[in-house]
Design a protein around this ligand. Structure first.
Ligand code: ATP
Length: 462
């Protein structure tokens, strides 16, 4: 897997463009193009189905990006949501100490280490500057990652608000609203998909680390004694989602337990994907104890206690969190799907072997010639659009058009030719096998839907 080829394909085929491109960009920002937005929507729909709609006792939420400043005081983000940074005195390059250590040893997870522990490891292992190779670090300083802005016209602290750095706090502060309005019984979960913002300074590795991104987070509220069981269940759930539902190769995935837990956590692990630049975090599954609800109850002075309807016991439920970034999943899916196939000595085809349910377009309609076929092909295109995302391409040779669809992962091409005018049949070509079959136009929507559904059913999505 070559990262440069992936980036080139994403840019040239309309998946991902550099942010603010015509103004020379803005570091670590990207815009999702016409195909990118379709793929992203399909990923989010698959997650929503897996973690909300078909997940027992789970409901959705769409919280605001802007929240009362106290949300971030209670959550600990104002005081402590910081990255450990140090500068190289020789070349002035700024580096994240924990990531330097993890790049040195992929089996170490330095997330949450103290400055002292980080500095000791860096000194003991003589980790030098990745830019100039010198060993001349400044002491580590903590740099808060939240973007701050002001509500209203004055700029004092009372008016300071933040762009949320994670979506999860909405689920915590709405725990009682959701539970009481829907009369839900613990255990139940709240899922949410939304934008988050972090003032990241380290290089992004394309869309892996950006300053604006989307998270898909699910918080399960459960009794303390059931929490470890749910923690294991949610680890299995994210594994099932990535492999069976999305189709990622299990050999490119691994779990990585946190060696040092934050004081309130009982267990935490990352699920990592083997990107072209190495293993990187895709998902976090966390046993957060009663930390979040306790802090919000204390600072807001509102009663967030749950009363068990059978025993009448009142308690704050324990939280099991499953959190993933949409863009990191997007990148993993493209990397896994990218395939180069040698067709002949001087002919290699590039195919995105996407799960058909994730593909931006399910079908592309291609008239063999424009002359005499456009009306029939356009009608077919409009009919198929009623059933699923459909593309239309009448520019260039049929071979080149097939290749263009292969590169963007379209599972089926449907070719309209002169026989179509007489017998109402078309040729359907399979992206992966390149085999072609003659089918009746009237049977086409059902045939494609059957294939998509069969894929879904096999993978246990629907
Ligand atoms: P990292 O160690 O890579 O900075 P993190 O541990 O800070 O990640 P979490 O706070 O657990 O990440 O966020 C949950 C998920 O959100 C991550 O697993 C990742 O998929 C996604 N995510 C976090 N930060 C970013 C970012 N800057 N850009 C894109 N996705 C992100």
């Amino acid at each position: 897997m070559d990262m440069e080829k992936i980036i080139t394909l994403c840019k040239s085929r309309g998946f991902v463009f550099p942010g603010s491109d015509i103004y020379d960009g803005l570091a670590n920002t990207w815009d999702f193009g016409p195909l990118g937005v379709e793929l992203k929507n399909n990923i989010k729909a698959a997650w929503w189905r897996e973690f909300v709609t078909t997940n027992d006792n789970s409901v959705g939420l769409d919280g605001g990006i802007l929240m009362n400043r106290n949300v971030w005081v209670a959550s600990g983000h104002v005081a402590g949501f910081a990255d450990p940074l140090m500068d190289c005195k020789a070349c002035q390059t700024r580096t994240r100490a924990d990531k330097l250590i993890e790049a040195h040893d992929a089996n170490v997870n330095a997330d949450g280490w103290t400055n002292e522990a980080l500095e000791k490891y860096i000194n003991d292992h003589h980790l030098t500057c990745p830019n100039c190779g010198k060993f001349a670090w400044t002491p580590i300083r903590q740099f808060n990652l939240m973007f701050a802005t002001n509500r209203g016209v004055t700029t004092d602290t009372a008016n300071q608000i933040f762009l949320r750095p994670e979506t999860a706090q909405s689920e915590y502060i709405n725990f009682a609203n959701v539970q009481r309005s829907l009369r839900l019984k613990v255990p139940f979960g709240i899922g949410q998909i939304g934008k988050a913002f972090r003032n990241e300074i380290t290089p992004g590795n394309f869309i892996f680390r950006t300053i604006e991104f989307e998270q898909m987070e699910h918080q399960l509220f459960c009794p303390a004694d059931a929490a470890m069981g749910f923690y294991e269940q949610y680890k299995q759930k994210i594994w099932h989602f990535c492999t069976d539902v999305l189709g990622l190769n299990p050999e490119h995935l691994r779990f990585h337990d946190h060696e040092k837990l934050v004081f309130y956590a009982k267990a935490a692990c990352d699920m990592e994907y083997l990107y072209p630049f190495g293993w990187g975090e895709l998902n976090g599954t966390h046993h957060r104890g009663v930390h979040d609800l306790t802090n919000h109850q204390n600072l807001s002075k509102k009663n967030l206690m749950y009363q068990d309807p059978v025993t009448n016991a009142k308690y704050l439920p324990t939280v099991i969190e499953s959190s993933q970034g949409v863009e990191r999943l997007f990148l993993a899916i493209i990397c896994d799907a990218y395939t180069e196939e040698k067709i002949a000595d001087d002919d290699t085809r590039v195919v995105l072997k996407l799960n058909p349910n994730l593909a931006p377009y399910k079908v592309c309609v291609l008239p063999l010639q424009k002359k005499g076929l456009t009306a029939t092909a356009t009608k077919l295109y409009r009919d198929l659009q009623q059933h699923f995302a459909t593309a239309y391409d009448d520019a260039g040779s049929i071979g080149k058009r097939y290749r263009r669809q292969d590169e963007i992962g379209t599972p089926f091409c449907v070719t309209v030719d002169y026989d179509t005018l007489n017998d109402q049949t078309v040729t359907i070509r399979d992206r992966d096998t390149m085999t072609q079959e003659r089918v009746k136009i009237a049977d086409l929507p059902a045939k494609v839907i059957n294939i998509l559904t069969a894929y879904n059913t096999k993978k246990n999505i629907l």
